[in-house]
Design a protein around this ligand. Structure first.
Ligand code: ZN
Ligand code: ZN
Ligand code: ZN
Length: 409
């Protein structure tokens, strides 16, 4: 259907106004399409391109004038099937990492980098991506093993503003001016003087040796060519090799190769672990509460889903650190990180095989099989009081315990 009517509503698959496909009929639809893929389930809809401008961003491209309805139906059916493989909470989650994984799964494609000289980064993943800051989200997912990265290219970027729009140039090693030229060298055989040709040129266009002032008459007998050298028009320096320097075309900073940031750009594809996560058995039937999973690490969601699928009891404790800001401000981030790391290691040691500790971005989590919330709380409180006594910083550990019922819709 036409997206025109839908550009101000929050779409949901199956909505009468939204339909089950995004159709791009003209240039103004492209902007709407890139908005729609960031809303609700818009990222799980096929994009049909009737403008022949979207290339691989579209799932179906039809040149103007050709009938696309039959083709579009089979694409829509395929997308419907792929969506159905995902749990409802996963399809509607607003978590950027889950949105990106679901998007790549349903569209059956890679997140493909390509050159974009009109951007500061120099490359892009296209306009139809389901999340803001898609590069950072993909990097985190790759670091956790849910995406695999394949190198696209290496870029140099400005150390001041991060732009990859750089002018790369040869410069004078002495004054860094780009006003340099290769000049021929002349060797005066008689006095053995060697110098750049312009130094031998007289005002009446003859050649004379700057050292001994004798005129040079016969090439081969009194003088010879001796290769070329670098000559700087700004400071007069002459030497053999120029240096390479960069000028940022966005902020005008000047720097050399060593100070330039090296940025590696990757293509990303779903890894085996990523697919397993999306399709894990428990995911379809026993959906985890979408509110609670907003910040949980994916490894933990996988554990929870597996436990739900096997119909096992479990409880989950969240360790939040109330004093993080205070410690970072007074003693530095390293002290906080070190204390937190020590607490986690200590806890892992004390729990042994009876529990799993999963580290999150802001909180850490303890997953315990077959325990109810009250006994988990009591047991962890005891364990924690032993652990925190040995820490350098008082982390202000806040313990919150959930049980299985908290995760079921
Ligand atoms: Zn810059
Ligand atoms: Zn001479
Ligand atoms: Zn110079």
């Amino acid at each position: 259907m036409n997206t025109t009517a839908a550009n101000l509503v929050t779409p949901r698959v199956g909505d009468a106004v939204f339909g089950d496909s995004i159709i791009v009929r003209d240039a103004s639809d492209v902007e709407r399409a890139s908005y729609l893929v960031t809303c609700r389930e818009g990222h799980l809809l096929p994009v049909t391109d009737l403008t022949a401008t979207l290339g691989s961003d579209a799932d179906l491209s039809c040149p103007p004038g050709q009938d696309w309805r039959d083709l579009s139906r089979s694409v829509r059916d395929r997308f419907h099937q792929r969506r159905e493989e995902l749990a409802p909470w996963l399809r509607t989650s607003s978590r950027p990492d889950l949105r990106l994984l679901a998007f790549l799964h349903v569209h059956e494609k890679e997140l493909t980098a390509r050159y974009a000289p009109n951007t500061r980064e120099g490359f892009t993943y296209g306009g139809l991506v389901p999340v803001l800051e898609v590069r950072a989200v993909a990097e985190r997912l790759a670091a956790a093993g849910y995406l695999t990265a394949r190198l696209f290219d290496c870029f140099h970027a400005c150390p001041h503003c991060g732009s990859a729009r750089l002018n790369v140039r040869e410069e004078c090693p002495s004054c860094r001016s780009p006003e340099i030229a290769d000049v021929r060298l002349i060797h005066h055989l008689r006095c053995a003087y060697l110098g750049p040709e312009p130094d031998f040129e007289t005002s009446d266009r003859r050649l004379a040796c700057p050292k001994c002032s004798r005129e040079l008459r016969h090439y081969g007998s009194d003088h010879e060519a001796a290769g070329t050298a670098l000559k700087c028009g700004a400071c007069g320096f002459s030497g053999s090799e120029p240096l390479v320097g960069f000028v940022c075309m966005d902020c005008s900073s000047h720097f050399d190769g060593e100070r330039a940031q090296k940025v590696r750009a990757f293509h990303y594809a779903i890894s085996e672990a990523g697919s397993q996560f999306l399709l894990a058995a428990g995911l379809k039937s026993s959906a985890v509460s979408p509110v609670l999973v907003l910040t949980l690490p994916l490894d933990l969601i996988r554990l929870l889903n597996a436990a739900c699928a096997r119909d096992e009891m479990f409880s989950l404790a969240e360790l939040a650190y109330a004093n993080e800001m205070k410690i970072v401000a007074s003693k530095g981030a390293e002290v906080f990180d070190a204390s937190r790391k020590q607490l986690v290691a200590d806890l892992i040691g004390r729990l042994g095989a009876q529990g799993r500790v999963v580290q999150g971005a802001r909180s850490d989590y303890v997953f315990l099989a077959s325990e109810d919330a009250a006994s988990t709380q009591e047991r962890l409180n005891k364990l924690l009081s032993g652990c925190v006594a040995r820490l350098r910083a008082n982390l202000g550990v806040d313990l919150r315990v959930f049980e299985k019922a908290d995760f079921l819709p």
